[in-house]
Every structure is written in structure tokens, then in C-alpha cells.
Write a protein that binds this ligand. Structure first.
Ligand code: SF4
Length: 486
């Protein structure tokens, strides 16, 4: 094995195992939304862009509406992403060019795309790859750093690093590799503090092994103590690795919990998944390959029985207790999780890891979460997360969402559990931060405007509902989201 140039195939196998969830982190529904979000992501986090774009797209859903927008209004909507004057100018220019040159549609031709206002090579590559499936490998700050640390390129410009990577890896893998390297840079190979001890690639990395000077920091890194001491709250390896020699786990699992279904796939247990509820829809491909067994509140017990599972996974709030009783009557083994805090997630990960035969990967993720939770609480502004409208319903301080807010430095308010609130109750609570998640109720820009009017002194945010509610598989995303708001 060469220490200075990892073999592409080996590297790809490790990246696939470590980041099976690697995907475009910018929320978008079509090429127009993606090109706009990518322009906004310059010098800004994807999480912040995802908070900003729902209101922008609600107001300007297509090129025609954005082309006619006023600079001032767009500036207001994109202000939080930084460099807002330039970005607003570029977005309006982009939309006008799309209307004049391309009938309002985003072109899939690289030259035409690259000629649009505000669209550089990097943006064009992101859009080509993610909106049109055209193989492209845009080198951003993460890929630039990771590729050089791994010894994949010694070049000193993003363009040359891109050329080196394109030479090394097969064209059909470029899109996947792009996302995996970005995930690796974000979750593990941090610019200032790379977590070499927890890195799945460390055996292939000349920088992490201390063989060469870190091209990013300019110093040699100390080779890691390879004990299990994750320093980041991000999972270091999501799929079973060497720490999980094959163990006897269930072979036919039905999951009645959407986020657990996603977690099973992250842990490389998709082959054992034989049934899911119709709300278990991530990752997308399982919609076509894993049969449904009804909803979370009304699982179809006949269908579950026909699938002959050797384990059904439920969650206390998500599924009715009658379902567990009926499974007992049918002689089908089940496991109920009870998650009301972020800390509960660590326990649930361990419980699932033991039961499913992957204790090592579960332990690593649980420890990373616990490390993050240590000493970070403070009593910040009063925050309320609404989960429904007509009638208003909120997530109380004793719920998982409430605890997520607490971990983000807010003080969750409101009655316990998921109470209904009158207009008067809402006003009496006087939140300083009001979160409007995209699920279970689909709050939109109109609701945000309405509540902002009612609470002029509060910060009202439209946020990704799955990051806030999908415990276990997206707890890290939820923590990042609430931290980005504080
Ligand atoms: S071993 Fe360290 S430097 Fe190398 S890729 Fe992993 S985290 Fe980055």
C-alpha cells in the first residue's frame, strides 16, 4: 500500500461505508432552486441557506417572478446569507438571463450555464451534477483540503485539484465522490482540528499518519492514538466496520419509525429491512424496494404478520401501544424506543446496536453525541417550536424537540408534551424565538409573515422539520440547525 497516494478503489469503499447518506445538502426541488441556493451558499453554510430559501422560493418560485423582483426585496430575503447586495443582484440578473436566453429554464449545457450571471465553474458543476446527473466534480474548500491531505493531489489551485481528481477516479463516480469528500471534510477532516483518531480513512492518509506535513496547516500532525475517543459529535463511521465483526442480529426487520428506518440504512442494514410504514421515505430508494405496512399510527398487522419479521421496531410517541400488544399476541418480537431527550438518543443507539448486532458502530455514534452534549447548556432566549396550525400545537420542553432547543442554548417554553394552544395562550408565552418546521405541519412563508407580525420582537424561523424531529438518524443535523440559530 502506498502511503503517499491512496488507491482510489480502496478509498471509495471506505468513503461509501462511512458516508452512505452523502448527498447534496442544499434543499431544492428543481434546477432553478438549486442554482439559486448554490449562489447563496458562497461564503455561507448550507444550513443557513436552507433556512433562507423557503421564504425566497415562496415569494419567487421561478425565473419569471425573480426576474421582475426589486433589488431591495431580494436583499431583505437573502440578507442572512452574507454579501446580500451582490447575491441579490446576481440572482435577479440570473433570472433575467434565464428568461431572455432560455425561456425561464436552467440550461443543462455547461457552457450556457457557466455564462449566466453569478454562475462560476463551481456553481455550474454543482448544478450539472445534482440537477441533471452530468458527471462533474466541483472542488470546494472541503474537497480542496481533504484531497491534498490524502495525497490525492499536490496542486495549489482548486482547478488543478479538480483535474487531478478527475484523472484518478472513474467518471461515473464523480458525483458520489463529490458529496462524500464534502461530508468527510465537514464531519471528520476539519480544517483546524481533523479528527484523525476517528477517521475511517486514516490508514490511507499520509497526513493523518504523520508521514508528511499537513498541506493545510503547514505542520506535521501527531499520529492518532487509535483508541475509540471521538472528539466530534458527528458519527465517524456509520456502517459496520472492523469494530463490528459479524454478529447474530435479526434478519427480517420491520421498522414503524421513519428515522429508525433511515438509521438502519445508514448502518448498512438495508438488506434486513423487509417492511416500513408509508412515512418511512428516506433514503428515497427504499420507496421502491421495501414494502409498506400502513402508517405509523395505524400499522397493518396482517401485512406485518405476512412478512414474518423477527423484529419490529416501534417508538413510544410515534406508534400506538396497542400495536405492541397486538404483536405480542401474534408472537412477533418487538422493541420499543422511548426518546424524549437528545441524551436518550445515545441510549437508544446503544440498545439498537446491541439488538441489531452492530454494537461498535452504535457505540461510536453514541459517544460522539455524548461528547457534544457535555458542558454546552446555557439558559438562552425563550424558544417555542410549533408543530401544527388550526389549532396551534407546540412541542413542549419535555419532548425531543424541546431538548434539542435546550442543547442549542435556548430555553424551551410552553406546556408539556404536544399541547393545543389558543391565540391567547400563544401571546401569553411571548416567545423570543419561534420555530416553524416544515413537518409535521408544512409551515410556509405566509405563516412566518403572519407570526412575525404578531410577534414583532421575536425571531421567526422556517426550519427543516426532519432535522428537528428525526431523532437518531438526523440528531446531528438537528443540533447543527439549532446551533446555527443561536
Ligand atoms: S486521517 Fe486526518 S488528515 Fe487524513 S483524511 Fe482523516 S481526518 Fe483528514
Amino acid at each position: 500500500m502506498s502511503l503517499s497516494k491512496p488507491k482510489p478503489r480502496e478509498l471509495q469503499a471506505l468513503l461509501r461505508a462511512a458516508y452512505p447518506d452523502a448527498r447534496c445538502a442544499l434543499d431544492h426541488r428543481d434546477p432553478f432552486q438549486l442554482v439559486v441556493a448554490t449562489i447563496l451558499s458562497a461564503q455561507c453554510t448550507d444550513a443557513r441557506v436552507n433556512i433562507t430559501t423557503p421564504a425566497l422560493f415562496a415569494r419567487f418560485p421561478d425565473a419569471a417572478s425573480l426576474a421582475a423582483a426589486s433589488q431591495a426585496e431580494v436583499e431583505t430575503l437573502v440578507k442572512s446569507t452574507g454579501f446580500f447586495r451582490n447575491k441579490a443582484r446576481n440572482l435577479i440578473g440570473l433570472a433575467q438571463a434565464l428568461m431572455v436566453r432560455h425561456g425561464g429554464l436552467v440550461p443543462s449545457d455547461p457552457a450556457a450555464l457557466g455564462a449566466l450571471p453569478g454562475v462560476g465553474q463551481k456553481t455550474a458543476n454543482v448544478v450539472l451534477a445534482n440537477a441533471f446527473g452530468v458527471p462533474a466534480l466541483a472542488v470546494d474548500t472541503h474537497i480542496f483540503r481533504v484531497a491534498r491531505r490524502l495525497g490525492l493531489s499536490g496542486a495549489t489551485t482548486p482547478e488543478k485539484v479538480e483535474a487531478d481528481l478527475c484523472r484518478l477516479f472513474p467518471r461515473e463516480d464523480w458525483i458520489e465522490l463529490h458529496h462524500q469528500l464534502i461530508f468527510h471534510g465537514r464531519r471528520t477532516c476539519d480544517a483546524r482540528r481533523p479528527d484523525c483518531a476517528g477517521c475511517a480513512l486514516r490508514e490511507l492518509c499520509p497526513t493523518g499518519l504523520g508521514k508528511v506535513r499537513d498541506p493545510h496547516l503547514g505542520v506535521k500532525l501527531t499520529p492518532p492514538d487509535l483508541g475509540l475517543q471521538p472528539s466530534s459529535f458527528r458519527p465517524q463511521a456509520l456502517a459496520p466496520g472492523p469494530q463490528d465483526p459479524p454478529q447474530a442480529g435479526p434478519r427480517r426487520i420491520v421498522s414503524l419509525v421513519p428515522s429508525v428506518t433511515e438509521l438502519l440504512v445508514q448502518w448498512g442494514l438495508a438488506a434486513q429491512l423487509v417492511g416500513r410504514t408509508r412515512y418511512c421515505i428516506e433514503p428515497r430508494w427504499i420507496r421502491n424496494s421495501v414494502p409498506t405496512v400502513g402508517g405509523t399510527k395505524d400499522p397493518d398487522l396482517g401485512r406485518i404478520r405476512d412478512l414474518a419479521p423477527d423484529l419490529v421496531i416501534l417508538e413510544h410517541d410515534e406508534n400506538p401501544k396497542e400495536a405492541a400488544e397486538a404483536l405480542t399476541a401474534l408472537g412477533i418480537p418487538w422493541l420499543v424506543l422511548d426518546i424524549r431527550t437528545v441524551k436518550d438518543c445515545a441510549g437508544a443507539l446503544r440498545l439498537l446496536g446491541e439488538r441489531l448486532g452492530v454494537p461498535g458502530v452504535a457505540e461510536a455514534r453514541a459517544r460522539a453525541l455524548e461528547a457534544f452534549l457535555k458542558g454546552r447548556r446555557r439558559k438562552g432566549p425563550r424558544a417555542l417550536a410549533l408543530v401544527w396550525r388550526d389549532p396551534w400545537m407546540s412541542a413542549g420542553p419535555d419532548t425531543y424537540m424541546g431538548d434539542l432547543l435546550r442543547q442549542g442554548g435556548f430555553t424551551p417554553i410552553g406546556p408539556e408534551r404536544y399541547p393545543t394552544l389558543t391565540d391567547g395562550d400563544l401571546e401569553a408565552l411571548a416567545p423570543r424565538i419561534l420555530l416553524l418546521p416544515s413537518e409535521p405541519y408544512r409551515f410556509n412563508a405566509r405563516h412566518r409573515a403572519e407570526l412575525q407580525k404578531r410577534f414583532p420582537n421575536a425571531a421567526v424561523h422556517l426550519v427543516d422539520g426532519r432535522a428537528l424531529t428525526w431523532y437518531l438518524s438526523r440528531t446531528e443535523e438537528g443540533l447543527e440547525l439549532v446551533r446555527s440559530l443561536s
